[in-house]
Design a binder for this molecule. Structure first.
Ligand SMILES: C[S@@+](CC[C@H](N)C(=O)[O-])C[C@H]1O[C@@H](n2cnc3c(N)ncnc32)[C@H](O)[C@@H]1O
Length: 225
């Protein structure tokens, strides 16, 4: 059994991918996934057996990361998202259309789940449809064999306002394994909220960071071992 199978059993009592209307949601990997080489560089170095992603949208970045990680390990990914979008998606009419709102609610979750099945990744992906804060609490309380749950790679790509990014970094940093790498998206203009949150984290947590920097528009921090 993969880690995703274990988690899916624990959370859902089996596969969460049963009974989806796949015909209504053909493969649609629209998203904002760019610079795949940055993920590849980090995954090739860390070779994670588990990845936590905060902010999955329709799954493009998750699919890329898990496929790369599978080159090295029997890997799994935990995808955390409300699948309700962030304020910028609701404000921008073009992005609001991408929420594919039905009966007053985005259908991102349906699309994400169908995409996992279309890609044959059901045994690799655990969806957690919670706010990032609640999901971090869940994972910190999770005890699957005596050890606190940690992951060697965590990708932060949820809400982009300063308060949310600060909260996401601080609540997921304890879930990062010693020596592991946290990375995040959009640490570049116009995303000043991300830039400010990352700068403050680097200053306040310097003693816990082995190395940090930006690669293209992404920021990363490796935890001391
Ligand atoms: C930029 S998109 C993620 C894009 C995705 N990583 C990709 O590359 O395709 C941001 C996602 O964060 C989610 N999100 C925003 N605020 C959140 C929160 N507080 N908790 C959980 N998910 C959140 C939104 O629903 C949205 O799907």
């Amino acid at each position: 059994m993969t880690m995703a199978d274990v988690l899916n059993d624990f959370i859902y009592g089996g596969s969460p991918y049963e009974g989806l209307d796949l015909a209504a949601y053909p493969l649609d990997l629209q998203g904002w996934f760019e610079e795949p080489e940055v993920f590849d560089m980090i995954i090739d170095q860390v070779q994670p057996h588990v990845i936590i992603e905060v902010g999955s949208w329709k799954g493009t970045s998750a699919h890329h990361m898990i496929n790369r990680a599978l080159r090295y390990k029997d890997a799994s990914i935990i995808c955390i998202d409300t699948w309700l979008g962030a304020s910028e998606h609701w404000l921008n009419p073009q992005w609001r259309a991408m929420l594919n709102i039905r009966a007053g609610r985005p259908t991102l979750h349906e699309q994400f789940m169908a995409n996992v099945v279309h890609a044959g990744l059901q045994n690799r992906v655990t969806p957690l449809p919670l706010t990032s804060r609640l999901a971090s609490m869940f994972l910190r309380e999770l005890n699957l064999g005596g050890e606190p749950f940690t992951a060697p790679m965590i990708y932060i790509d949820g809400a982009h306002d300063e308060a949310s990014v600060t909260e996401d970094i601080n609540s997921y940093w304890p879930l990062l394994s010693p020596g592991g790498v946290m990375l995040g998206d959009d640490c570049a203009p116009p995303w000043t909220g991300v830039m400010n949150a990352v700068a403050r984290f680097r200053a306040e947590s310097a003693d816990q960071i082995l190395q940090t920097g930006n690669i293209k528009t992404r920021w990363f921090a490796q935890k001391v071992a």
